[in-house]
Design a protein around this ligand. Structure first.
Ligand SMILES: [Zn+2]
Length: 618
């Protein structure tokens, strides 16, 4: 849309609004969105009391959700549910006849409960079903210790509604208390104040006093223990993982201090990390007070801990200041990548920070290329109506969002940028922001007062990457490229040239293999560096990708790839490898492995790979 047309449209819209205002005098607090059936402007939840029993035998969560609500003359409150068995509902303790709307594949079913203007509380008695998308029930065999079962939830983006009936929109914020009953040799932890020891009877009580969006409600149940790293940071993990986890994340307190130094006090009291079994679909999930993390970040040398910096940064961008809708997801992730890289720079210096940034820049290049037939998907502000919000969870939100903020920083100067971000987090703490709200705030607090022009609209509303982008350079990466070339030219490897390399240099070295690399070259490199048996998951993943790309079958790599895909459920890793199979025209081979690995994947990962390989269960 051209500018003049836009102006005309706005005038019409303003006129229409003025007309309509006679009917609805109040300004609406919640904006329209496509991924929730709730009508929060009419009736909204404010606080949740959750009372549930976790049954590993039947793999069902059974219980009730009681909400304190606020309404404006509404005759009903509408909640989101998906694949739940709704048993009965109450309004202020009295039975209320609920209605479930027809099922929608994306959104699930709207649950309508009649209320009066005096209704203060509603209660829903419900059970989860075997179709639930948030929960992954793991057998003992799928855990590190292999003696007890495990359960974890993943709420983002719109999965909380598959384990709790709720108004599942990021715009809504609630506090919660929970009583959770689990088998007595297991511990339950949530995105809340957590126990540090097992209870004698398997009953746990939780309190989340800061208001959070529903996608951040999280639960994990397993045979886990706690070890502190500092007074306010620590780790939960299974017995065989706990010491490794504590050693790997020993810099957590330093990270929190560095983050506070940049953008203000940590508002959530405690920052703990739970290391989950390897099927966890993400690197990490920023559940408040308790980040959920994949065990694949435990490399033994702290080299992959930028992930922890990332999840910590979400305590400001995402959890404190939240994207209002999933179309604004870049506000959560772009800011978080920027903040993560700033924390890494503060702790480990510019070299390391720039390597991480440059790897993201390369991912972005690939993502933009992958969307060449759908350029709209490369805009920061998306339109995901009729789409799963998961479709927007890619490198555009993360790495284009980052590049926008980095370019902005280089334009305005670091001092002004930091003052701006600090005030942005403070002003908008515990609330949600739309892209348009952010642009207003940016204009009036950074650009206009300093007389700076910046192509904000091009960055946010246009596809691709604007020309004024910051150029990220890394001498270490240039050295890695030159080293690779010298090995290839000499047809021999000098291991002394790589002896102090970090994970990031290795990743760049491997991803930089030329198209013309031969299987002899690959065998020589594998003999020298034993990439096929790398214990560092990121190095292993990029090596396996190259092995698939270049038809390398030495050193038992095929079996290693299969084992990796069966053991690890982290979507980024798994989809990178299955994409490589597809690109190399080896979908049949991929499907043989996928049929074995799929039962170990959380629904988030399985849905992505189903679509990628065209798998429908046969
Ligand atoms: Zn993130």
């Amino acid at each position: 849309m051209k500018k003049q047309t836009l102006l005309y449209a706005l005038i019409i819209l303003a006129f229409n609004c003025a007309e309509e205002k006679k009917e609805t005098p109040t300004t609406l607090k919640y904006v329209k969105e496509s991924h929730s059936n709730a009508k929060p402007n009419e009736a909204v939840i404010k606080h949740l009391d959750l009372d549930i029993v976790v049954d590993f035998e039947t793999q069902v969560i059974d219980g009730k959700a009681t909400y304190t609500i606020e309404s404006t003359n509404a005759s009903e409150i509408v909640l989101d549910t998906k694949y739940l068995d709704i048993i009965s509902t109450e309004a202020d303790g009295k039975p209320a006849e609920f209605k479930l709307e027809p099922f929608n594949k994306q959104l699930g079913q709207a649950l309508r409960i009649p209320i009066s203007e005096d209704t203060k509380q509603i209660t829903i008695h419900y059970k989860t079903t075997d179709k639930t998308e948030a929960l992954q029930w793991l057998s003992p065999q799928q855990t590190a210790d292999k003696t007890n079962p495990f359960l974890f939830t993943q709420g983002q983006a719109i999965l909380t509604r598959t384990w709790i009936p709720i108004q599942d929109s990021p715009q809504i914020r609630i506090t919660y208390n929970a009583k959770v009953v689990v088998p007595k040799d297991l511990m339950a932890v949530m995105s809340a104040e957590n126990p540090k020891e097992k209870s004698a009877d398997g009953v746990y009580h939780f309190k989340m006093k800061q208001p959070i969006s529903p996608y951040l409600i999280a639960l994990a149940v397993g045979d886990i223990e706690y070890k502190p790293v500092s007074k306010r940071t620590g780790v939960y993990a299974e017995k065989s993982m706990i010491d490794k986890a504590q050693a790997e994340f020993i810099d957590m307190e330093k990270m929190v201090a560095a983050a506070e130094n940049l953008y203000g006090a940590y508002d959530w009291d405690q920052f703990d990390v739970i290391v989950l079994p390897p099927s966890f679909p993400f690197g990490g999930m920023e559940n408040p007070r308790l980040t959920f993390a994949t065990p694949t970040v435990i490399a033994g040398d702290k080299s992959l801990t930028s992930l922890i910096a990332h999840e910590l940064a979400h305590s400001w961008s995402g959890n404190l200041v939240t994207n209002a809708t999933w179309d604004d997801f870049w506000l959560n992730e772009g800011f978080t990548v920027y903040f993560e890289i700033r924390i890494m720079e503060a702790l480990y210096g510019k070299d390391r920070a720039n390597m991480i940034a440059l790897i993201g820049r390369q991912d972005l290049e690939e993502e933009v290329e992958g969307f060449k037939d759908e350029p709209d998907m490369t805009k920061l502000k998306l339109n995901l109506s009729d789409k799963n919000p998961d479709d927007g969870m890619n490198s555009i939100a993360y790495d284009k969002g980052y590049l926008f903020l980095r370019t902005l920083e280089e334009t305005v100067g670091r001092e002004k940028m930091d003052a701006f971000l600090k005030s942005y987090f403070k002003t908008n703490a515990f609330s949600t922001v739309t892209t348009e709200g952010f642009i207003d705030y940016l204009n009036s607090n950074l650009l206009e007062p300093n007389n700076i022009t910046f192509n904000v609209n091009e960055w946010i509303y246009q596809p691709g990457i604007p020309d004024n982008q910051s150029i990220i350079v890394s001498n270490k990466f240039e050295n890695a490229e030159n080293t690779l070339q010298s090995f290839l030219d000499a047809k021999s490897v000098d291991v002394s040239k790589t002896k102090d390399w970090t994970t990031q240099e290795w990743v760049h070295f491997i991803r930089n293999f030329p198209e013309t690399i031969t299987t002899d070259d690959l065998a020589r490199l594998d003999t020298a560096f034993n990439f096929t048996n790398a214990s560092n998951s990121h190095i292993a993943m990029v090596w396996y990708e190259q092995a698939i790309n270049h038809n390398y079958h030495g050193n038992g790599v095929d079996q290693k790839i299969e084992d990796f895909l069966i053991r690890v459920g982290r979507r980024w890793y798994v989809s990178t490898l299955f994409k490589a199979f597809k690109k190399a025209d080896k979908v049949d081979e991929a499907l043989v492995i996928y049929k074995k690995s799929r039962p170990n994947y959380h629904s988030v990962t399985a849905n992505t790979i189903d679509a990628l390989l065209g798998y429908d269960g046969n």
